[in-house]
Design a protein around this ligand. Sequence first.
Ligand code: HAM
Length: 453
Amino acid sequence: MHAKRLHSFENKKLGPYDQAFNVKTKGDEFRLEFSTIKGFKDILPQEVGSWQRFESKARRLFDAFGFFEIKTPLLERTELFSRGIGQDTDIVSKEMYSLTDSKGREMTLRPEATASVVRAYIQHRLYKKSPIQKLFSIGPMFRHERPQKGRFRQFHQINAELFGDAGPKSDADIIIMAVHLFESMGFSDLSLNLNSLGCDMCRPRFRQELKDFLLGKTGALCTDCVRRAETNPLRVFDCKVEGCNEVVDKAPSILEFLCDECRDHFEALKSYLDASNIPFVMNHQLVRGLDYYNRTTFEIQTDRLGAQNAVAGGGRYDGLVKLLGGPDHPAIGFAVGVERVIALLGEEETLESRKPDLFIAALGEAAGKESFVWVSDLRKSGLWVEMDYGSKGLKAQMKKAGSLGTKKVLIVGDDELASGMGVLRDMETKVQEEVSLENIVNKLKEALHINER
Ligand code: HAM
């Protein structure tokens, strides 16, 4: 196993991303000492709205399909992934963030969620609760890939897994759920790619045929693929090297090798998709980069993100639960790449920023103290209320209220407090009215149309 170790990253020479901390930032008189490491990124407040909107759409949809959320740790034993995903895959052989702890145990930051969810399914005997288990999870994954548009070293997936059914209806159900998720976000230009990888009965014949084909073309393959042709020929389909792509374009199609059961399964799935008006394209090269798949594989692809064209991918993995030490239970699932979805949403979709309901501009010590209490009372009822922490003048406070986009401002100085009358200004219409300060918190709640929660 060639998984990279954490300490080897620490000692690496700085790359262009890492060097950012030596750059003097424009307009500021300090040097940036720390910045995110290569392939890792901050999700800033102005982007978080889109993330939340997508997540809440997914949660609502998954509820309707009867899925329950599961949260698993970010760190797992390395063997879970090497055995589950496969030694020959790029993920296991090149991309895992692995470390050895002080007791010599090999651990890895999860590169995907499926193996972890399967581990939890076995460990907690979730199958005892119900013969069909539908689980989803949301969170970060880690792969040491070359960062580029749509490809990060820490990225986020929304992941769904269905355990306990081997029939084509659950394939269709899972795929339809993935398609609905993208439709609910308003995407209409994505394409659903479909393939079948057969089973242990029919795949060996295809593997042999593919191996013979590839071994006749070793001169045109990269060194990795020459090795893969021998050890795991299906992995040659994952290779990004142009010469290898040209070779696999002429490779035999796995669909020609399916046994009767796999063909019937696949035909039934296609008929369910047809009946549900879900268009798809057949893609016999869609082997997916993980070894656990059998029968159905699928990807939802876009042509708007360059080389990283998959916004979601998944498939059936009937042997994985058993391979990881559990019962012989079938399963199917998929994962969506959240960063790619957010990139597709583009600039125009960023949510309109929230604005405070009220700003209290207080002048003088007594008014400052009294309005401090009003602010917390109003916030308790769910209103977004802002104030000035210092003792700025009215002009500065009004400027601050304006820059926040506040809807209304209550102006109250020590004199107003003594006379019991303040001023309420509507920042849009610029109309000001005198308001009695008696029972002002309740009056404001009413005026701002929010009742105590
Ligand atoms: P995957 O194809 O490796 O499948 O990843 C699923 C999705 O995660 C991809 O389609 C892509 O949108 C996103 N993704 C993957 N790598 C990156 C990256 N480096 N940067 C940004 N986004 C990325 C799996 O992980 C399987 N566990 C899916 C599955 C669930 N199969 C069955 N159940």
